[in-house]
Design a protein. Structure first.
Length: 369
């Protein structure tokens, strides 16, 4: 039997929904609340499967409370109940499972419950398939951090601008700028849970505590809804008043870059590094909390490229110098070194490949003037 809580500022509305759910069957009402704040205080302990939530209430509206409820009870589905149909679009933007207009028709309620049952059945089937095909089902332990479902990882770009792509190559759109920054902040601390108060301090430093927590919960709800919309149910994790990102669900260009830097750009690896480094870490997002790591990564990159210059062949040497000039255009000795490489290339008849051909010719003409 599913567990449900009801939230409505009108006692009679709570009575009507309680009676209807009892008549339909299959749902046990474990909590009734006339204030969203009271529901939030007990939601975590009650662990409902369904939350029937009125939209127009004194204090916190149902649309605003939805984010906080989702953060406290991430496995619960929300059904909005209201006498006003003008909220329909905003309600469905929150990924609610249903929207019921008062007076609630029993057939509409049954349809919502049927939709919930179908969604739960699909989750169970995916979970069963994952267990059957997992290493643990064959008698060996699964790797820490492995995805519960056999899905390709989302693709994240953080060098230059931050972009997140679904496995089919579709660019995902953030509901708000703070939703995007929240994801970036949690992912920045890869595999390390971040206390709620640290998130509030960095993302909402100028807001009063109560408002900051409300904005955090709303952003968390939007973030979970985004991942749910592409079939990823549990990317954002929560426990012990801390949040973190399931790192196994996201593959980034930074991880590939770090792998190359750890090897010192040996062999063909230096070309991969040059191609991957499309810009500084989260360069276009201007997040203050990312500044220290941005400088650290840039310093490591410069050190690796400078060391690779001594052992690189002329072609790779030229590519390294072009990247060094791109990253540090004020360093004049890079231009002198590149001029030497270009001069040598002209004497030997060797010409740089691809896109660098035009760049080298333009640079040579500039030196000759």
């Amino acid at each position: 039997m599913w567990r449900a809580i009801l939230i409505d500022d009108e006692e009679i509305a709570l009575d009507v929904m309680d009676i209807m759910l009892n008549r339909v069957g299959g749902v046990k009402v474990v909590g009734r609340f006339q204030l969203a704040g009271e529901a939030l205080a007990q939601c975590g302990a009650l662990q409902p499967d369904l939350i029937f939530l009125d939209i127009e209430m004194p204090g916190v509206s149902g649309l605003d409370a939805a984010g906080e409820l989702a953060a406290s009870c991430p496995d619960a589905e929300i059904v909005f109940v209201t006498a006003h149909d003008q909220y329909a679009i905003d309600a469905y933007d929150t990924e609610a499972i249903g929207y019921l207009l008062k007076p609630v028709a029993e057939d509409k309620l049954v349809r919502v419950l049927s939709r919930y049952a179908n969604r739960q059945a699909k989750k169970k089937n995916r979970s069963d398939d994952s267990v059957v095909g997992s290493p643990s089902a064959a008698g060996s332990a699964a790797e820490p951090g492995s995805r519960a479902e056999d899905k390709p990882a989302l693709s994240l770009k953080v060098l230059g601008s931050m972009e997140l792509y679904a496995p089919d190559g579709r660019l995902l759109t953030w509901r708000t700028k703070k939703t995007k920054e929240l994801f970036a902040f949690l992912w920045h601390h890869r595999r390390q849970p971040v206390y709620k108060y640290a998130i509030l301090e960095h993302l909402w430093p100028d807001d009063p505590a109560e408002r900051g927590q409300k904005l955090l919960h709303t952003s968390l709800y939007y973030l979970r809804s985004l991942f749910k919309s592409v079939g990823y149910e549990a990317v954002v994790k929560y426990g012990d008043d801390r949040y973190w990102i399931d790192a196994s669900s996201v593959r980034s260009d930074l991880e590939d870059l770090l792998g190359g830097l750890e090897q010192g750009g040996a062999g063909a690896g230096i070309k991969d590094i040059l191609q991957l480094y499309a810009g500084d870490y989260l360069e276009m997002e201007y997040y203050d909390w990312a500044s220290a790591y941005r400088i650290e990564l840039r310093t490591t990159l410069l050190s690796t490229m400078t060391a690779a210059l001594d052992r690189a062949a002329d072609e790779s040497r030229m590519l390294i110098l072009w990247k060094l000039i791109e990253v540090e255009p004020s360093q004049g000795h890079y231009y002198d070194l590149l001029a030497d490489v270009l001069s040598k290339a002209g004497e030997s008849g060797w010409r740089p490949p691809g896109a660098c051909h035009e760049g080298a010719d333009a640079f040579r003409r500039r030196l000759e003037r």
